[in-house]
Design a protein around this ligand. Structure first.
Ligand SMILES: *Cc1c(COP(=O)(O)O)cnc(C)c1O
Length: 382
């Protein structure tokens, strides 16, 4: 008999789906998506100029409480642009967590910079302020108002914590540490739209926050990303850089630096505006689903991951913690074999060949989580 059959049965029961494939997170289009897409096509403005692009930025800025929002073609490029904007250069170093999706580390690499991997907290799965504080206290020195790594001699320019699966990390403490060491803070909030720490939306604590609207995220534009700013000037520069650094002029083509073609097309933004109208409804439903899971697992000897203290989580992907890697692997095989999609957390970044030589702190919490975390189906159900 399958050991974790009771979980698989419960998931099938929740989704009222006795036999077909149950995905981890499927998008839901139940609002004005088709209407806005049609409007977009009828207008002929399907590319990066069009009313939905600007509207999507305004609506996101309003929803998150950031002063400005600037769209991007996807979250990975938005992260790269953010690092570029705060001045991360070749041979710099950027602190992040090893427990993250590859995009965080890749964006650092695009700058020619090297990641430093510091441990996470077990109860947030995000960068640990203690780990950050102790690393900087023992391994860095300040020179001319900048932070340098005592071991490598390189400049530590930025820090990119991530709000894992929508659960906010202790971002206010990270803000304070980064301020002390003059390190630029960029929040990878790709997974945490609709998540709040002490009442403030994730992605609005750092100099820049980044959201993703990939197909598997809480709301989607097909592919897409957004940069969140409190600094108007930097936001304007982000828009300039993401539109080939073209100087505005009715007919002349003049560019004043090397820019990028990163602006989200109107087609994607049309989808985004419609999805955003459904976001509150999605968040409510996701919270109810998390409550149902939490209640179910209470007396089952399975640890369901709850939103951390001081936080409201969007519960993007629900998490259970199994007792060991062996147990985890049994459950992953059983569920996926029965077409109920579950998955382990990402292989830690420091174990991937591209990053295996990078500097790390003690990573015992990340290692502990890596062996135990399993994501279970989390789509909004109606
Ligand atoms: C989804 C995601 C991104 C960005 O991904 P894109 O697919 O490029 O939009 C970045 N970081 C994390 C942690 C993510 O989950």
């Amino acid at each position: 008999m399958a050991t974790y059959q009771f979980i698989i049965d419960k998931i099938r029961d929740i989704y009222d789906e006795p036999e077909k494939f149950i995905p981890l997170h499927a998008p839901l289009f139940v609002g004005n998506e088709k209407k806005y897409l049609n409007e977009c096509i009828d207008s002929t403005y399907v590319s990066s100029v069009g009313r939905f692009v600007n509207l999507f930025e305004e609506k996101i800025s309003e929803f998150t409480g950031s002063k400005r929002a600037v769209v991007c073609v996807n979250g990975t490029n938005a992260l790269y642009l953010a690092l570029n904007l705060v001045g991360v250069k070749q041979y710099d170093e950027v602190i992040t967590q090893p427990l993250t999706f590859i995009a965080t580390a890749n964006a650092i690499s695009y700058c020619g910079a090297l990641p430093i991997f510091l441990d996470v907290d077990r109860n947030t799965m995000g960068l640990s302020p203690e780990s950050l504080k102790s690393f900087l206290a023992t391994s860095s020195e300040m020179k001319d108002g900048e932070c340098y790594n005592l071991v490598t001699g390189k400049r530590i320019k930025a820090c990119v914590p991530m709000h894992t699966f929508g659960h906010p990390c202790r971002i206010d403490e990270i803000v304070a540490i980064c301020e002390k060491y003059k390190i630029e803070l960029i929040e990878d909030a790709a997974e945490s739209i609709g998540s709040y720490y002490k009442g403030k939306h994730t992605g609005t604590f750092g100099k820049i926050g980044v959201l993703s609207f990939n197909g598997n995220k809480t709301i989607t534009t097909g592919g897409g990303g957004m940069l969140l700013f409190n600094d108007e000037k930097m936001a304007s520069r982000a828009k300039h850089l993401s539109t080939q650094a073209k100087i505005a002029h009715p007919w002349e083509f003049v560019h004043d630096e090397v820019g990028y073609n990163y602006r989200m097309p109107n087609i994607n933004a049309a989808l985004g505006v419609a999805q955003l109208e459904s976001l509150s409804f999605f968040l409510e439903k996701k919270r109810l689903l998390a409550e149902e899971y939490s209640f179910f697992f209470k007396d089952k000897n399975v640890d369901f991951f709850h939103e951390p203290e001081n936080s409201i989580s969007n519960y993007w992907l629900n998490v259970i913690l199994l007792e060991s890697k062996t147990e985890r692997d049994i459950f992953l095989a059983e569920s996926n074999n029965q077409k109920v999609m579950t998955r382990p957390v990402w292989r830690l970044m420091n174990k991937l060949t591209m990053f295996e030589k990078c500097q790390c702190s003690d990573l015992s919490n990340a290692e502990w989580l890596e062996k135990r975390v399993v994501n279970i189906p989390s789509s909004v159900k109606i």
